[in-house]
Design a protein around this ligand. Structure first.
Ligand SMILES: Cc1cc2nc3c(=O)[nH]c(=O)nc-3n(C[C@H](O)[C@H](O)[C@H](O)COP(=O)(O)OP(=O)(O)OC[C@H]3O[C@@H](n4cnc5c(N)ncnc54)[C@H](O)[C@@H]3O)c2cc1C
Ligand code: SF4
Ligand code: SF4
Ligand code: SF4
Length: 371
């Protein structure tokens, strides 16, 4: 191996990923560096990770390898996960929902993610799962859920926009879930599931490929579709309210499907096109090419399915096994009228279309940055 290939380090991440604005703040690099007790880098309050103990940096280069924006292990992963553009491997595609009404009422779409996590937990296949919960009016943080109650609490995207607190923080639809990985890795050997966006699952798969901490405890990866994420401040919020004639304090929950959907307390819904949200989109997302979470065991989104149903793509043998068991044991259901051959091919075309659009967008972004 040429010398230049083995000495890429955090400094190269700064040059190649942070400086061109490609860091998605997924937390992958930090989760390894801190789990391995190196603790040379940490997440910043806002923006890419930074050195906190530069003298502790071993120049091992692992952070560079596992960053979803460096693509060094992509060929290996593509082969392992049988990736073919634009959609990746698919053993089965379905439109399903949780059987539990409690989950369905709370969930973003059909609650399939929460129901499958419930099946894993009830059957002691996992000790817990990394999911997200509300923190403050808009933001959510990652946490390790170990009970069904906590899983249900984590479902959906409910917010508390009470007028007293709105304005005190920056709004973010993205959560650095991989940071929670290092926190759950204690002395006990745990089996866990992780719910994550494509960039987060990408980083976990790279850690697993390199057999490094803390990804060894991740037994199941449940991936979310992801076209774009948003980050905005109080001033942006006011502009959005004026432009689209609504008040955040009236919003109850939100979803992202083929656009951003705000659901109001009075049960109205407002759809905002991605193209109208460019100013508040996270810049790194424009360089990201994975829409449907190509390396997850199972991928989930709303795109293509009817309201309150989850579009589900089973990708790996592990994913197939847990999905089948969750279905057979009554945790999830596939309504026949939404799972006809015609309906499934319609859903597939939509997901393919968004996947292609995202690949093209990433290519254009990188070309414009001369990368
Ligand atoms: C940031 C983001 C962007 C998305 N973009 C799209 C899109 O463009 N098109 C599309 O069709 N679908 C998108 N989705 C997926 C969609 O919104 C639903 O999450 C998915 O359909 C699963 O629905 P469900 O009802 O089965 O999940 P639920 O049963 O409600 O469970 C959702 C799980 O995801 C966890 N979670 C929530 N937010 C995050 C986050 N930011 N990071 C990691 N985990 C999280 C929750 O804690 C919960 O465990 C996106 C989701 C997120 C979080
Ligand atoms: S110790 Fe290794 S993983 Fe940590 S910052 Fe340095 S090169 Fe990256
Ligand atoms: S691994 Fe994630 S947080 Fe670290 S540099 Fe890459 S994109 Fe940024
Ligand atoms: S578009 Fe989604 S998967 Fe890609 S970098 Fe942004 S948050 Fe991560």
């Amino acid at each position: 191996m040429a010398k230049s290939e083995i000495i890429k380090t955090f400094e190269d991440l700064i040059k190649e990923v942070h400086e061109p604005g490609l860091c998605g703040e997924c937390g992958g690099c930090v989760s390894f560096c801190s789990a391995g007790e190196l603790k040379a880098i940490e997440m910043s309050e806002s923006g890419p990770p930074k050195y906190v103990n530069e003298d502790k940096c071993l120049k091992c280069g692992i952070c560079y390898f596992i960053c979803p924006q460096t693509h060094v292990l992509n060929d290996q992963l593509n082969k392992k996960f049988k990736y073919g553009p634009p959609l990746g491997n698919q053993i089965k595609i379905t439109s399903c929902h949780a059987t539990s009404e409690e989950i369905r009422n709370r969930a973003t779409d059909g609650g399939a993610v929460t129901a499958i996590l419930g099946y894993l937990l009830d059957n002691k296949l996992i000790d817990g799962a990394i999911v997200c919960k509300r923190k403050g009016p808009f933001n959510r943080i990652s946490f390790f859920a170990t009970t069904n109650e906590e899983l249900v609490e984590a479902a959906g995207s409910h917010y508390d926009f009470s007028s007293q607190v709105v304005g005190l923080e920056k709004y973010n639809t993205f959560i650095a879930t991989n940071i929670a990985l290092k926190k759950v890795m204690g002395p006990d050997l745990l089996n866990i599931a992780v719910v994550g966006t494509p960039c987060q699952i990408n980083s976990i798969r790279k850690m697993q490929e390199l057999s490094i901490l803390p990804a060894h405890i991740v037994k199941y990866t449940l991936g979310l579709f992801c076209y774009l994420n948003f980050s905005f401040n109080d001033e942006d919020r006011k502009k959005l309210e004026e432009k689209f004639n609504f008040k955040f304090e009236d919003v109850e929950s939100m979803n992202i499907r083929e656009d951003l959907i705000l659901y109001f307390k009075n049960k109205d819904a407002l759809h905002i096109e991605f193209s109208d949200l460019k100013e508040i989109a996270r810049p790194a997302c424009f360089a990201c090419s994975d829409f449907s979470n190509i390396y997850a065991d199972i991928s989930f989104g709303g795109l293509g399915s009817e309201e309150k149903l989850t579009t589900t793509i089973i990708r790996t043998k592990i994913g197939e096994k847990i999905y089948k068991n969750a279905l057979n044991k009554g945790y999830i259901q596939e309504p026949a009228e939404f799972n006809t051959a015609a309906k499934k091919s319609e859903i597939l075309e939509k997901v393919k279309d968004f996947s292609k659009k995202k690949i093209e967008r990433a290519e254009t972004t990188l070309q414009n940055k001369n990368l």
